[in-house]
Design a protein around this ligand. Sequence first.
Ligand SMILES: [Cu+2]
Length: 253
Amino acid sequence: MLLGLILLITTLAACLLITHPPVWFPVAITGPAHAFDGQFTWTLWVTGILFIAAQLLLAGIILRRRAANSVPAPSSSGVRASLLAAAAMIAVEVALAAHGSSPLSHATAKNPEIIEVYAHQFAWNFRYPGPDGVFGRVKTEFIADAAGNPVGIDPSDSRGNDDVVVSTLRIPAGRPVRLMLHSRDVIHDFFVRELRTKQDIVPGMEIPLDVLADRPGQYEIACAELCGLAHNQMHGVLLVMPAEDYDQWKLKH
Ligand SMILES: [Cu+2]
């Protein structure tokens, strides 16, 4: 009786979770993020229905055995049915995995706007190439936070004179952007919940991350790699601006 009740409550809770889902995630702002949410909903429905079916089957078997008050010997047809059910489950899971692989594979954007991201303990900096459209050379020896050169722009390279280094990441909505991720010190991780993306940033490497945001707004950039004592304070701001506002902002810098 108690077992039946527990089964009933868990099945009911599973039904409610599917029919009245809580707000699982913050708003999605890119195509892959929307696809991620779609995949999550698919997975929840398919596995939820399988779970409920399994619970009902289990409850039915228990009640029948209790009524008969006996435990019959395993039959070959029963074993066959179990194997078939297991094979069906595996096929469903493989299909789900195959369906889910496409949201996670990002298409490479054509002519993206390039913005450099520099992570260090425990802050973010972002570099834009300025009016000339070319980034100046950077060298570790020129890194000087107090002097306003947190990314180490080489003063002898004139291409870097107009580079813009800021602590808020501004990108235009509706246009492809390629973030080139750099670390000054240890491994960090660029994480914006609304992008549904986490990307490790490894010192000595330049890692591209394509983003095409479709919704203006202000979002949090968090470091998702434990990178030191003040890791929890390593926040940044991603500002997705209407494209015209973004162009205006660039003209002023
Ligand atoms: Cu970090």
